[in-house]
Write a protein of this length. Structure first.
Length: 489
């Protein structure tokens, strides 16, 4: 069962209220205790001063008076305190005398207690004669502050007690308690209301962003969240807008990918269907005609298969499902094997492939994918090389990096297209390439696959330069570090 509310705004208001309530209540309790102790200390000081004055007057009367009982009686009748009742006890605990206010003249309506103060003193217990004791005694719902101190006259020992009613102090403390009980809840209510207002005002931009985000769909990815301030919420809005930018580019790339893929797949499928329709249109055909028709279907099917394989490879790589099988290999062996594999195709197109400076390069990688990378580079060079052209392949070892360079003698790439040669399905003007199908089928996926394979091996593929008669593509791959743990999968 969930206890806390699900709304962040409500939880923030509750936390804000609790954070203010706890110190406020602690402050009120501490203030009350400090004030109460201060008032009690002041009362004790007042009673102690009264007893001191009485003791001084008692000594003065003793110097001029006859006997001790007469001195005590006279001093009690002459020295009176409005809020302190005085009682004198003998060493045996008997009452020797008490102030006149306790005889009844002031108890009817005065501030002195209407009860016998000697009984209040007795409740403090039996004390040593030389001890000073102070305490609070409760009687009939009222509180009294009692102070007892020793008194010695002419070798006789007495105990002098002062009793002070705490009715006024208790009433004042009660008013303070009532004030706190009323003021603190009102302050907490105001804090909760203000916290709710501030939380609602603070989360208003979040609500606006949520409303706008709910309106954004696949067809409205061009819309962005409002950036209302230059604060944390503004930073959040900017981050989300950057995310929408990336999603928009990804959607656009996927849309363009699907459009281009559909366009590329339509041509071979149309050729297969057209050839099949032409072949089936006549009831009788010669074996040569059937063989020629099947040859056309075979070539179109090969191109279709190649395009599908390339699309599938890129799709798996984008989804992170292209699993590599890294192992120890020599890159120069992969390059030599690929050069030998494409040599017959190059000779058919009257192009020569020359390998220069092949160096022994041990590394860790996927031999199949690296072979695919080199094959696509060479096939791209063959496709754009003129008859009698030479394709130069060279390897250079620069520290922990091996650079593989492929140079062809084609017409070159125009400046406006050089930044897009690695885009999927992008092809330079068809007139710049020679007619005929090659291993990559001319679908514009070869260089994209090269870059993806190089990135999986923590390398790069770049267009170094291009002009009529010379176009150079360079692959840089790390060789010194073991890539088994860092290779993408």
């Amino acid at each position: 069962m969930r206890i806390l509310p699900t709304s962040v705004r409500t939880r923030l208001t509750l936390w804000y209220t609790a954070a203010l309530t706890l110190p406020l209540v602690a402050f009120a309790i501490a203030s009350y205790l400090i004030f109460s102790n201060a008032v009690r200390a002041r009362t004790d000081a007042f009673v102690n001063d009264a007893l001191t004055v009485f003791t001084r007057e008692l000594g003065a009367e003793r110097r001029i008076g006859p006997a001790i009982p007469e001195v005590i009686r006279r001093t009690l009748s002459e020295v009176r305190f409005r809020e302190v009742d005085i009682v004198i006890f003998s060493d045996s605990g008997a009452v020797v005398g008490r102030s006149a206010t306790l005889s009844g003249e002031a108890s009817a309506g005065g501030s002195s207690p209407a009860i016998d103060p000697s009984s209040l003193v007795a409740e403090l217990g039996v004390f040593p004669m030389d001890a000073v004791r102070t305490g609070t005694v409760y009687r009939n719902g009222a509180a009294y502050r009692v102070m007892v101190r020793p008194l010695t006259m002419d070798g006789y020992r007495f105990r002098l007690a002062g009793v002070h009613a705490l009715a006024e102090m208790e009433a004042m403390l009660a008013r303070i308690r009532r004030l706190f009980l009323v003021a603190i809840p009102l302050l907490i209510l105001c804090a909760a209301t203000g916290g709710s207002f501030l939380a609602r005002r603070s989360f208003r931009p979040v609500s606006a962003m949520a409303t706008r985000a709910a309106e954004i769909g696949a067809s409205t990815l061009h819309e962005r969240l409002p950036v209302v301030a230059n604060d944390e919420l503004g930073d959040l809005a900017r981050v989300l807008n950057e995310l929408l930018d990336r999603l928009g580019r990804s959607f656009e790339q996927q849309r363009r990918f699907m459009t281009d893929a559909s366009h590329e797949l339509r041509t071979p499928t149309a050729i297969v269907r057209a050839e099949a329709d032409v072949t089936l249109a006549r009831e009788r055909r010669t074996e040569g005609e059937y063989r020629a028709s099947m040859a056309i279907v075979r070539d179109a099917s090969q191109r279709l298969t190649k395009i599908v394989d390339d699309i599938f490879l890129l799709a798996r790589a984008d989804a992170g499902h292209l699993v590599m099988h890294p192992g120890s290999l020599y890159l120069d062996e992969v390059v030599r094997d690929t050069v030998r594999a494409v040599t017959p195709i190059a000779e058919e197109r009257m192009v020569r492939v020359v390998l220069h400076g092949a160096v022994e390069v041990p590394m860790v990688g996927d031999a199949h994918l690296l072979g695919r990378l080199v094959l696509n580079l060479l096939d791209n060079a063959i496709k754009h090389s003129p008859e009698g052209g030479i394709i130069e392949v060279s390897m250079t070892l620069r520290g922990p990096t091996c650079e593989l360079s492929v140079v062809d003698a084609g017409p070159g790439i125009p400046p406006e297209a050089r930044d897009r040669v690695f885009e999927r399905f992008f092809r330079v003007d068809v007139a710049r390439s020679r007619e005929g199908e090659t291993l990559t089928s001319g679908a514009g996926l070869g260089l994209s696959i090269c870059r993806r394979i190089a990135e999986m091996h923590h390398g790069t593929v770049e267009l170094v330069g291009s002009r009529p008669g010379r176009t150079e593509l360079r692959v840089s791959l790390p060789t010194a570090a073991d890539l088994r743990e860092g290779v993408s999968s």
